[in-house]
Design a protein around this ligand. Structure first.
Ligand SMILES: C[S@@+](CC[C@H](N)C(=O)[O-])C[C@H]1O[C@@H](n2cnc3c(N)ncnc32)[C@H](O)[C@@H]1O
Length: 302
């Protein structure tokens, strides 16, 4: 998504070292590799083992690419251990879930189609949504749905979940989708009534905002001066976190700005590049999911 724009944002140098923090199925990776020369290198991460497996098949002959099954929360350490003495010239994040994750009912992300209520991007660790919903308190469930789904009817949804699980455990996506549809009173045009609840549970179970903060911090640490940070977010909570992170890093540390000489560690570390960008009409027509995507770009300062 926003491939051309993201590539322009990275201002690729043919011989540079880059990181694709969210490999997915390698759409952006392929574009970056096309633009890199023989000396260029790309490190690509994904926390989903299926993504990495598919990537190893697709790019089996590509010597410039290193694929690692890992969360971008650990990006700083991973880049340090792989890049050697090469300067990192750019990091790209394309946040959210991939189409293969959404479209496979067995992963449990989607309210369309039926599957186990899982939603982990990395099924080798953590807890599936079903087991969390079986043990969480009503207030905890309400708070997660209200915070990460911005769902007005979070209380009703939480109540419906807790009454349903007293009869039998909630284990299937279709079951949850029907339950939520009964609890959410308004109908937003073009949106399934369970959209907000599913988004909330997914963000919570994968600790998406916590991982994002750590990933952005790691990227800022490993980028060399003049290196670019490009982030594509998919909904307002993510975009808000990205915007705040970039704005904070683009300012003098407010706690130290009154000192007569601003210490080096309090100086701005990023320069914002351009304005936020949205996908063009042509891309939205091809892929309606691109409608909500937003790109922000910043450059590491010396
Ligand atoms: C929108 S898709 C990326 C699509 C990709 N840019 C492409 O062109 O195919 C997001 C991907 O990021 C991965 N992801 C999400 N959070 C992650 C994290 N904390 N660490 C690593 N990968 C993550 C997901 O597993 C998913 O495959």
């Amino acid at each position: 998504m926003l491939g051309t724009e993201a590539l322009a944002g990275l201002a690729l140098e043919a011989g540079g070292y880059y990181v694709d923090a969210t490999f997915g199925r390698g759409g952006h990776t392929a574009l970056i590799l096309e633009a890199l020369g023989r000396e260029g290198r790309l490190l690509a991460l994904d926390r989903d083992p299926q993504a990495i497996e598919a990537g190893r098949r697709r790019f089996a002959d590509e010597v410039r690419l290193t694929l690692v099954h890992a969360s971008f929360a650990d990006l700083g350490a991973i880049v340090r251990s792989h890049a050697g003495d090469r300067a990192c010239r750019g990091v790209l994040f394309d946040l959210g879930v991939s189409s293969p994750q959404l479209d496979d009912p067995a992963r449990g992300f989607s309210f369309r189609g039926d599957g186990p209520l899982d939603m982990r991007m990395d099924p080798t660790r953590g807890e599936p949504v079903a087991s969390w919903l079986a043990r969480a308190g009503i207030d905890e469930i309400r708070q997660v749905i209200a915070t990460f789904g911005e769902e007005r009817f979070a209380r009703r949804v939480a109540q419906a979940i807790v009454s349903a699980r007293q009869k039998s455990p909630l284990t299937r996506t279709a079951e949850l989708a029907t339950l939520v549809a009964g609890a959410v009173r308004t109908r937003e045009p073009g949106k399934h009534p369970a959209t907000r609840t599913f988004q909330a549970l997914r963000m919570f179970i994968n600790d998406e905002l916590g991982q994002l903060e750590r990933g952005l911090t790691g990227a800022l640490e490993v980028l060399s001066p003049g290196g670019r940070l490009a982030v594509i977010s998919f909904h307002s909570l993510e975009d808000r976190a990205v915007k705040r992170f970039m704005q904070r890093a683009a300012q003098v540390d407010p706690a130290l700005k009154h000192l007569p000489v601003v210490p080096v560690q309090a100086r701005p570390r990023l320069k914002l590049i351009g304005r936020k960008e949205r996908a063009g009409e042509a891309e939205v027509t091809r892929n309606p999911r691109a409608r909500s995507a937003l790109l922000r770009v910043a450059e590491k300062l010396p």
